[in-house]
Write a protein that binds this ligand. Structure first.
Ligand code: NAD
Length: 338
């Protein structure tokens, strides 16, 4: 049987997807250079190779050795703010190494390619909820690197018949594998982990970037999708691709947005701890509102998000942060024990 190659599989979304794939009976090989990921996040027994996506020789060996014909490509740098300060880092890792990786896959016979794209490809939306047909006008080097890779993949579909799907995620949140696999980024820049780190007194307060957006309470609005729902969408896509999915781009969000202050308020209720915050200036590259029109995914994939309620998503994140206050360094194992 062929194996599925998951790049960036030791990262947040990649590791939860790896667990879901393994639990659904798929045979998975994880490729990650551990620049950001954690090997401890992986299920026991999964094949792991510590390789950079741009290493043609070793990636070719992995594809041939494990008879890979399907790839889910998560590996990338993904911080909008960092990309504004260091664009080349993003062009090099996400785009240049990404193109090298895609070409190596095609050269070695990969047939199906699922790509982690992002809502950042839309830029400042002119229509909300954002449909996949919205103009693509990224405002950050990060978003631009993702949009370019989408186009590169389209090009390989044209030249080599590579079957490609881009999943444009909105904001991933929560934990997988019953609270044992979660978000452990250094530095942490995502709102929900920062809120719970503040609840755990690891931070003094939450800085809210921008209180003067054109939104009801002045803070930015985002669409939070549970990481397990994201993971399961990848499985639905892999299954759908074999029968020929009608499109190449799908938004993954729940189709409802919450402001930063709404998330803060609900998180305080979920954990029962007051969370101090301070409103500060906007962060470069952050649009005011990002909410998905997810109808295409709901209609064309065999998928529906199970976590449609913000409090359940927050509770799932809180479970992880309480059990693993220092992330994978906490030393409580990785969920392999059960
Ligand atoms: N987290 C979100 O809310 C979100 C939203 C939209 C899109 N995305 C996209 O989803 C993907 C996963 O995001 P995440 O939050 O899990 O990030 P993450 O940083 O936790 O995971 C990325 C993984 O890729 C690995 N990696 C990076 N560059 C690599 C390279 N050159 N070679 C091999 N491995 C490499 C890292 O070590 C890490 O394990 C990314 O492509 C990101 O752009 C994430």
């Amino acid at each position: 049987m062929s194996n599925i190659l998951v790049t960036g599989g030791a990262g947040y979304i990649g590791s939860v997807t790896t667990w879901e794939l393994v639990q659904s009976g798929f045979s998975v090989v994880v490729l990650d250079n551990l620049s950001k990921g954690h090997q401890a996040s992986l299920p026991e027994g999964v094949s792991f190779v510590n390789v950079d996506i741009g290493d043609r020789k070793r990636v070719s060996e992995v594809i041939r050795t494990f008879k890979i014909d399907r790839v889910i490509h998560f590996a990338a740098f993904s911080l909008v703010g960092e990309s504004m300060e260091h664009p080349f880092m993003y062009f090099e890792n996400n785009l240049i190494q990404g193109v090298r990786f895609i070409d190596t896959c095609v050269e070695n016979g990969v047939k199906y390619f699922v790509f982690s794209s992002t809502a950042a490809v839309y830029g400042d939306p002119i229509e909300v909820p954002i449909p996949e047909t919205h103009p693509l006008s990224p405002k950050s080097p990060y978003g631009f690197s993702k949009l370019c890779l989408e186009q590169v993949l389209r090009s390989y579909r044209h030249t080599h018949g590579l079957q490609v799907v881009f999943l444009r995620y909105f904001n991933a949140a929560g934990s997988g594998n019953e609270g044992n696999i979660g978000e452990d980024h250094t530095p942490e820049t995502h709102l929900i982990p920062i809120i719970f780190q503040t609840a755990l007194k690891q931070r003094v307060k939450v800085y809210v970037f921008g209180g003067d957006y054109d939104t009801p309470d002045g803070t930015a609005i985002r669409d939070y999708i549970h990481v397990t729902d994201l993971a399961r969408a990848h499985i639905a896509v892999l299954q759908g691709m074999e029968q020929g999915l009608p499109r190449d781009a799908y938004n993954l969000g729940i189709g409802r947005g919450y402001s930063v202050l709404e998330v803060l308020k609900e998180a305080q209720r979920v954990c029962g701890i007051p969370i101090p915050y301070e409103i500060t200036k906007r962060r470069a590259g952050d649009p005011p509102v990002l909410v998905a029109d997810n109808h295409r995914a709901l209609e064309e994939l065999d998928w529906h998000p199970e976590f449609e309620d913000l409090s359940r998503i927050l509770f799932s994140a809180w479970q992880w942060h309480q059990a693993y206050p220092d992330g994978y360094e906490t030393g409580k194992g990785n969920g392999n024990t059960g």
